[in-house]
Design a protein around this ligand. Sequence first.
Ligand code: SAM
Length: 227
Amino acid sequence: MNNSEELNKKLQSFWNEMFTKKQNNTIKLNEIKERTILDSYLKRLGRDASQIIDFGTGSGYALFVAKALGKNMQYGLGIDTSPHAIQLAQQFCEDEKIDDLEFICHDHTYLKRIPSNSFDGAICSNVLDVLPPDTTAIIIQELNRILKHNGKLLIKLNFYLTNELIEKLKMDLLGKNMYAINGVLRGVNYTTETWLSMFPNYKLIALDEYERLKEGPKDRIIYLQKA
Ligand SMILES: C[S@@+](CC[C@H](N)C(=O)[O-])C[C@H]1O[C@@H](n2cnc3c(N)ncnc32)[C@H](O)[C@@H]1O
């Protein structure tokens, strides 16, 4: 097993464990409101795109918001390695009688099975910056293939890690720009400019900030259009 495979394996059990602590969604689909700036971008994506893929979907929050608030969405596909997360997402679909969202438990290699130019919207929320860089490179390449011309890509990234934050969060350097907490990779720390340089064939539509934690450092939102 190479280093990335080992890191991915650890990450997958870490995130699955996190989702075992998450309760079933109590909110109903028609009660979902636009509460945050992230919700506003999901609404925009659900209006700009009709077929949306959400890679590293977790328990499906982003697709549920895009469906509830965006008026054009017709189909959504969520992919995640966590069986617990996917089970939560599927349970929500069952409870809410949603039949146009599909959730698949698989890792990034599943992307290779998806036909080229088959989606006009994609979401990567807090995924690209928590995986080993060579895995992220594969995901970026595959999403680029899967997205149609003019397709939209919504990316959310964690806040940039300053030295002060690295110390405060008790993070250890795992490799170049890679930081871990308790041995699990939790942040691949690039500036927003470096992230943008990984999408050379996309046009930047909007760059924003998202205050996930009150008064905390701000997550980054990037909204791109495939040129
Ligand atoms: C930080 S969470 C983000 C979840 C969700 N997108 C959100 O914004 O709340 C990262 C997610 O990526 C998933 N994940 C980790 N490695 C993966 C891989 N190789 N392929 C697919 N999903 C993966 C985890 O199970 C976890 O749900």
